[in-house]
Each structure stands twice: as structure tokens, then as C-alpha cells.
Design a protein around this ligand. Structure first.
Ligand SMILES: Cc1ncc(COP(=O)(O)O)c(C=O)c1O
Length: 373
């Protein structure tokens, strides 16, 4: 494909460094919970600006572990319906009840009126998801709301490595936060995730939970309902090497986003999402609203077949409350703003090795394809 929806990039030099380090851990036998995982934790915490970071085996476990620690069993957790299913899974698997909140088409994040109206005495906490790498400008209001009701604020920052709002980084607004290192993310460890926090309790207990709820690494005494959520050293080696390129990846993505801003100006039927003043996105996704008369599926097909351009996956195509798993609990029309935004946006292709000419071609193809559908 001339312009694929995404492309994962490890330079030859990085692949050689990773191979050498994997060879080292194969020869020492230190294959899990070793120095590379620790290094990734130290460097990630320093980059985000939290006291602690704890590596785990997926972004999903980096949500589930904190939910166990907040002890959400039998309680409601407010979750934006415009998210990946894993946000709700993290709550469900810790015994909590996700209660879905509508989302704002201007930010793709929680709608403040919907959030306020759903807080009750059954609410244990709020999860905010920085969709596409965009931090909502309402974070201060959300923090205030959570303080007032004495409930936790958790950030699912799976998309938002390095994003910020008014100088505050994603991952530092809440009591704790999760990141994913899944292959489609800006940086990857193959599979993996990380919990960040300033809380001593969250840090210490996360380490117990990820290792079968064991009281100590060496003794088989279990005092928590943990699981095997450990990150292996080969995964940590891959993640550490990729993470060290994060600032340059973000810079490249921002450069490409500026190309899209410029080339999509005046294109009929597409309106790129405008970031609030002070919002710095890592551009995990470049999101644009489509005129509601445009058939998205048909547009994607024309882009693919006629122009050889793959539009990236939506964030998201279907809100979580309409997933078949929740059938009977919710119906279409319950959270209308999220349903609208999910149905009427596209994500332009964006990856680190893309050139400005590639982005110009993708934008021109979009303009021409819209005229055909
Ligand atoms: C918003 C969001 N939350 C959670 C996850 C789960 O991460 P993982 O796939 O690493 O388990 C993902 C990604 O895949 C995601 O996009």
C-alpha cells in the first residue's frame, strides 16, 4: 500500500541494540523483573514527571491493577463511552461496574454535563481517556469535581505518551494513570503497559498485584488477588529502546499534523478537530469530522482502492455502551453526542517514517475521494 494506515518503525541501529540486550538476558537468565524493566520504569517516570512507574504486561492490566487497588468491587466507575473496550474491561475484571458517560465532539473526551449528572453516592471514581493523544481542556474541572465528591480520578493515557495541556503532562492529572505499549501505539514494547503515580501505596501495591499478589518477590506468601501481570525483560528491552525516541516521534507527528492542517484547509466535507489553546497532542491520531452526508465506509473503500491510502482506525467506530456485551443495559440514543462523533469522524494515516509528500498525497486523495462518494 502506498500510504498504509500506520507503520511500526525500529531502525536498523535500534534492532541491533535490542538484539544485543536480548542476547545478554538470554545468557544471564534474568528474563523477567530485571534491570531493563527497572530502567524503563525510571526513565518513563522521569519523562512523565511522576514519582513512580510500574511496568506490566499490557495497557489493559495497567488499568485493572489500579482498579483493584481502588477496590471498586460492587461500585460504579464513570467511564467515557468513547473509548476502547479495555477501559471498561479493566473496571469489570476488578469487580466494578462501568457507568458510561457521554462524550464531547469538540474534545472526543468526557462531556462535562453528562459527567456531573452521573455522579451519585455509588460512584467510586472517574476514568478520563485522552483520545487520540488529546487532553481535554476540562481537566481542572474534572479534578475539582473528583475532589469535591472525594472519589478517585484515573487517566487511561493509552494514547497519550508525551501529550500535555498547559504544560501538565497526561498521566499527572489523576491519582494514577495507565499507558499502553501495544504495537499500534506511538511507542511499543510488543505487548506491555505502565502505571504511573505519585502515591506510595499505588506504587507498592501495583508491584504486589502484578506478581500474583505476593507479599515479597522471593516468598510464596499471597495476600492480594493478583495475577501474572509481569513484563518480561525482552519486552522491556524493546520498549526502552523505542521509548528513547518518543520526543522525536512526537515532533515528526506534529510536523505531519501541520501538513494536514494546511492541506485540508478549504477541503469540503472534512473539518479537522481543533486543539484547545495550550493543548499539545502527540498526534497518536489526526482526527477530522466528516460531513454527516458522507458515507464513511464507502469513502474508506475509495481511498483504499482508487488512491492506495489506508485511513487509520477510528477512535472509536462504536461507543462502548453499544457493544453487544452491554446489550440490554443501554440502547442507541442513550449517549447521543458520543454516538454522533463515533459515526462521523475519520483518522488520517500518520506514522513516524511518513514524509510531508506522503501526507500531502493522502490529503489530496481525501479531497478527490470525497468528490466521488
Ligand atoms: C484507550 C485504550 N485503553 C486501553 C488499551 C489497552 O491496551 P493494551 O492493548 O496494551 O492492553 C488501549 C489499546 O489498545 C486503548 O486504546
Amino acid at each position: 500500500m502506498r500510504i498504509p494506515p500506520a507503520r511500526i518503525h525500529f531502525s536498523e541501529a535500534d534492532r541491533a541494540t535490542i538484539t544485543r540486550a536480548i542476547d545478554e538476558v538470554l545468557s544471564t537468565g534474568q528474563l523477567t523483573l530485571g534491570k531493563y524493566g527497572k530502567q524503563l520504569e525510571d526513565e518513563f517516570a522521569r519523562f512523565i514527571g511522576t514519582k513512580y512507574a510500574v511496568v506490566v504486561n499490557s495497557g489493559t492490566s495497567s488499568i485493572q491493577i489500579p482498579m483493584h487497588i481502588y477496590d471498586v468491587r460492587g461500585k460504579e466507575v464513570l467511564v467515557p463511552t468513547n473509548t476502547f473496550f479495555a477501559t471498561a474491561l479493566g473496571v469489570l475484571h476488578a469487580g466494578g461496574i462501568p457507568r458510561f458517560v457521554d462524550c464531547d465532539p469538540e474534545t472526543f473526551s468526557v462531556d462535562m454535563d453528562s459527567l456531573r449528572s452521573q455522579i451519585t453516592n455509588r460512584t467510586a471514581g472517574v476514568v478520563v481517556v485522552h483520545i487520540g493523544g488529546i487532553v481535554t481542556p476540562h481537566m481542572a474541572d474534572i479534578q475539582e469535581l473528583c475532589r469535591k465528591h472525594n472519589i478517585f480520578l484515573f487517566e487511561d493515557a493509552a494514547h497519550a505518551h508525551g501529550s500535555s495541556y498547559r504544560g501538565t503532562k497526561a498521566g499527572t492529572f489523576g491519582d494514577s494513570a495507565s499507558f499502553s505499549f501495544y504495537p499500534t501505539k506511538i511507542i511499543t514494547s510488543g505487548e506491555g503497559g505502565i502505571i504511573v503515580t505519585n502515591s506510595d501505596k499505588m506504587n507498592e501495591e501495583s508491584r504486589l498485584y502484578r506478581d500474583q499478589g505476593k507479599a515479597t518477590f522471593t516468598a510464596n506468601i499471597h495476600n492480594k488477588l493478583g495475577y501474572n501481570w509481569r513484563m518480561s525483560e525482552p519486552h522491556a528491552i524493546i520498549g526502552l529502546q523505542h521509548f528513547r525516541h518518543l520526543p522525536e516521534f512526537i515532533e515528526e507527528r506534529n510536523r505531519l499534523a501541520r501538513v494536514y492542517d494546511r492541506t485540508l484547509k478549504g477541503v469540503q466535507g472534512v473539518k479537522p478537530l481543533r486543539l484547545a489553546e495550550g493543548s499539545v497532542s502527540n498526534y497518536y491520531k489526526y482526527i477530522a469530522m466528516l460531513d454527516e452526508r458522507i458515507d464513511r465506509a464507502k469513502l474508506k473503500k475509495v481511498m483504499r482502492e482508487k488512491y492506495d491510502v489506508g485511513l487509520s482506525g477510528e477512535v472509536y467506530e462504536l461507543p462502548v455502551h453499544l457493544q453487544p456485551y452491554f446489550e440490554g443495559k443501554y440502547k442507541r440514543g442513550d449517549l447521543p453526542k458520543a454516538e454522533y462523533l463515533c459515526a462521523h469522524h475519520i483518522c488520517l494515516p500518520l506514522y513516524a517514517t511518513m514524509t510531508d509528500a506522503d501526507a500531502e498525497y493522502a490529503a489530496a486523495s481525501l479531497r478527490d475521494a470525497i468528490a466521488l462518494v
